[in-house]
Ligand binder design. Sequence first.
Ligand SMILES: N[C@@H](CCC(=O)N[C@@H](CS)C(=O)NCC(=O)O)C(=O)O
Length: 237
Amino acid sequence: MARSDVKLIGAWASPFVMRARIALNIKSVGYDFLEETLGSKSQLLLESNPVHKKIPVMIHDGKAICESLVIVEYIDEVWSSGPTILPSDPYDCALARFWAAYLDEKWFPTVRSIATAKEEEAPKALIEQVGEGVMMLGEGVMMLEDAFSRCSKGKGFFGGDQIGYLDIAFGSFLGRLRAIEKMNGVKLIDETKTPSLLKWATSFSSHPAVKDVLPETEKLVELAKVLAKFRAASSNS
Ligand SMILES: N[C@@H](CCC(=O)N[C@@H](CS)C(=O)NCC(=O)O)C(=O)O
């Protein structure tokens, strides 16, 4: 496919940035990856996303597009000759958008609250706070196990035979999920409670459009520790 002028402002560990990268890979669109430095925001980011000042931002032929799922939809529409990302059936599409909104509005904030739980709090409070969060994440994952059977219709991905919108929306959080599992000694996706998601997670992670952008769990665990220290130092100063 012809190379367009595509730049992506992001960071390797961001699940939201990953969404844009996976969508671009699915469509075989080459792009320049402009990595932000941890703890600061580039002038280009501030100018391109003045409302939220967040990554990802995709710049296509000089025009900025913000918000990960907006970017994924844009990529699907612009490079329409590649594999389709959004389901063509209106109901399937509504279902995929519903679950993606659930993930971003309800589920991911809990992932964040686990990561930012304050270590200086009494151990009991910390364990309870993290424990409640982990339980809520587990409930969400179980609901997604159910959604998987409705969306995939017996195939390997939420999108059916190929990776689609909801695969990208949820799959981009797999790295974080695995880091939480590792750091808290829990299993959120497993053979007993979520067998379909377990199989899906393996296929998704090894997909050619995904495998090079999904960070290793160990690297995310390391980053989480660095960020926790950074937060502790700035709250003490
Ligand atoms: N709703 C946004 C969320 C993006 C987001 O939260 N990005 C994070 C990185 S993972 C960010 O830029 N955080 C910087 C900040 O909050 O100032 C999307 O889907 O793109």
